[in-house]
Ligand binder design. Sequence first.
Ligand code: GAL
Length: 980
Amino acid sequence: MKPLQNIITWDEKSLLIHGERVMIWSGEVHPFRLPVPSLWLDVFQKIKALGFNAVSFYVYWALLEGKQGRFSAEGIFDLEPFFQAATETGIYLIARPGPYINAEVAGGGFPGWIQRVNSTLRTSAPEFEAATDNYLSHIYKIIAKAQITNGGPIILLQPDNEFTYSARGFYHPPDPAFMQYVEDKAHQAGIVVPIIGNDAWAAGRFVPGSGKGEWDIYAYDQYPFGFECNDPQGWPTISADTGSSTLTTDLYSSHMRQSPSTPFSILEFQGGGSPPWGGSSYDQCALKTNQEFERVFYKNLLASRIAIFNIYMIFGGTSWGYISYAGGYSSYDYGAAIEEDGRTLVREKYSELKTQAQFIKVSPGYLEATPGNMTAGVYSQNTDVTVTPMTGNGTGSFFVARHTDYSNLNSTNYTLQLPLSSGNVSIPQLGGSLTLNGRDSKIHVADYPIGDIMLRYSTAEIFTWKQFEDKKVLIVYGGSSELHEMAILTLSNPLLVEGTGVKIERFGTTAIMQWKTSSSRSIVQIDDLFVYILDRVSAYDYWVPDLLADKKMVSNSTALQGQASVIINGAYLVRSVSIDKNCLFIKADFNSSSTMEIIGVPKSVSKLVVNDGEINFSTASDGSWVAQIQYTPVEFRIPVLSSLNWKYMDSLPEIQPSYDDSQWPAADHAYTNNTLAPLRTPVSLYGSDYGFHSGVLIFRGHFIASGSESLLNISTMGGSAFASSVFLNNTFLGSWPGDVATSIKASNYKVPKLYPGESYVLTVLVDNNGNDANWLLDSDSMKNPRGIIDYSLSSQTGSVTPLTWKITGNLGGEDYMDQERGPLNEGGLFAERQGYHLPRPPLCKFKVGSPFDGIEKPGVAFYTAPLELDYPSQKYDIPITFNFENNTEVSGKYRAILIVNGFTFGKYISHIGPQTSYPVPEGILNYGGENWIGLVLWSIEPGWAKVPNLTLSVKNPVMTGRKPVEVVNAGCWDRRQLAY
Ligand code: GAL
């Protein structure tokens, strides 16, 4: 299709922005998983520092339209600050507002009330389309306003997500009328940027030219290692017939068969994993998708000239509140390059990404080269090494080498036979051989221009290069102790100006340099070019910021090389650099006292300001500035949580004889539209039929006993790892503690002797662990209910006692109480309904009692305590984590909900795990004053339940140049008139 505007266009090679070729290197971030808007800039800066130029983001419909017809995107849900932060950083955005997103969120994006829609979801059935209408009209308007055509950062729009595969099989294609409807809505709302799709794999749905619903640009997603992260070192065998064909298929030629007129694009490539409850930890996911994974897999995509490349996730954040679907736990760290608590350098995968993205950024020839098929025995005689060529025409050729068996851990020697413009050559020319160390992949360049100097080839990989006022700087690196060789077309003799161990020879017009990578740097000068030779780990210390003034954000053009920016060696993170008159301003983070070397400072600049303070520097003989940064360790005290002034309240008053539920909604719907229709019970006992979509549901079943009741059969459903507890008056009948495999549980409880004619109440708690997603079309799995699906209270002779039911979830249901924290922050427990989880609850209603002592029988306790913090957060980034001790022998089986300043920030299940640590960002925590910590303790089984230990820890604080974090002030407790 033709572009609807002329700023963002495309051809078969890449996007063009303002007519200029750009590779889009992007990472996924969900603003809703970091509910502190002032931290969005922090995340963008960390992404931009990698050399990325884009971020893609989902919008989670359920948070914006908690009640059908009432769209609201304010406070922490306002996207405007997200757009502004992107613009401020120089990051383009790819908008992915659904309506379906998957994303491990409850309902896969759909609000709970969608369960009541009487038609197949994700089709053009009028009821379903109508249900999406209000959301789409609003969100598209918000997105349209922020498009690049209006001066905003948004360059692409993805309609829906993975609209690919039907429960009825592959040959039952998705409903094109629905895709067309979503796109029409976008266009009606003023979306003019190109439409890019996200097929669940290279299934070829909606390719351009395919008719109804077709996309402008075809893209798909790929997770070659799946989502569980057990055995991080054990890379699975990947074969074409498993569908995970990343490393066995020539991706470029399959792309050319599938969508020859659009750039090769992957809108989600594995950047971590999303394990289930009881599954692996995110640290294991980070290991599974570590720097070696990035080298082998991402460079394989680069070998196919990927031109729109989005990594899912680059920063995962937290599934706070009741955002998560039942298949996932509270953390959404994802094992991503940037950790949930914002740390960057703990995982080497962050630094590895920087080496790749910075390289592409300075290699405009990359998008001009033509990928060939992968070869073994052609460019390298050793068939254990596969080389994929990308041939350029004087603008750079790229030869991507890796092990043929991609999981090979051997160290393999090889030589390269490269067809240079000057003829074929066998490399290394000065003797010896190259090595590929295990799970590695290298991009060897040939005929690669560095401004007006021609690099004939380099086996060492390029990190970056820059044209400065009076010199060029090229930084190359290699793995430790590897032999590398580089050849340059020049008539002058290269000069070793720093370091040792570089062999230099010349043949006619070519100077050849060979060295073994070591941890000390060498610099070779050839004409005005200075080649910095590093090992990979040293390259990680270099930063190549764009100048902030570059609002056009074009990021891989040769023009950029002429810009007066700088290269910085030695900071923990460089966030931004700007020049104003004679002053160089740097915003950076430091984790130790460091020497900061600044290369390429323009002559007109004479002053250095780092994080608002002027700093002295000396000028080295090569003109670089050298400044000493003093790191003063931050002083802080970690509060001991067991000694806080804890207060306790019984949060299950429902089982007391005096409890009055007259204000509770009656459960009286005689029908349901969910997947378990028709009802097996006289009335629906499903939360979503009554507007309750989050957290614990409570049911009260009233009956008059016949006296002969002996057994209660009850089936409850709450999704993977859910729990339920049943009480008869105040007698505990039993619980289902939950396990990962069970989402519906049939339980039988013995009923004690009842008195004929007496009134009794059954109180049933069901943990809605999050609605299911709806990845499979025609499955309507999102409509899988939560609540009681069947019950019978019967006698030995088979007579059944009828019950009348009441139900509650969060107070108000879809008319939820807390507008600031949104529709998915509260569940149906008494303390939550009353709002006692909010800051400054009425302590007069509480008793003294601590979660460290716990309760002695099944039930629900709620604890609250104030916590003072006094941390110097203007100057330091101090990541805080709450840690549960995993010790079920001491604790009993329990579920805990951690609430910080009213934000439900984590769920802990003592006998399932795996999560025990819960990072809570500054901004949710107030680092300079009062905080309120709430803790729900749901004791599941007879005997004591307590939190054996709950601690705070601080991980790797750094001195920071980030903008101050604003505390999200979402309000304190206020008496809720209607609370019951
Ligand atoms: C993709 C999906 C994402 C997310 C991911 C797994 O298929 O598009 O939304 O669910 O899988 O983390």
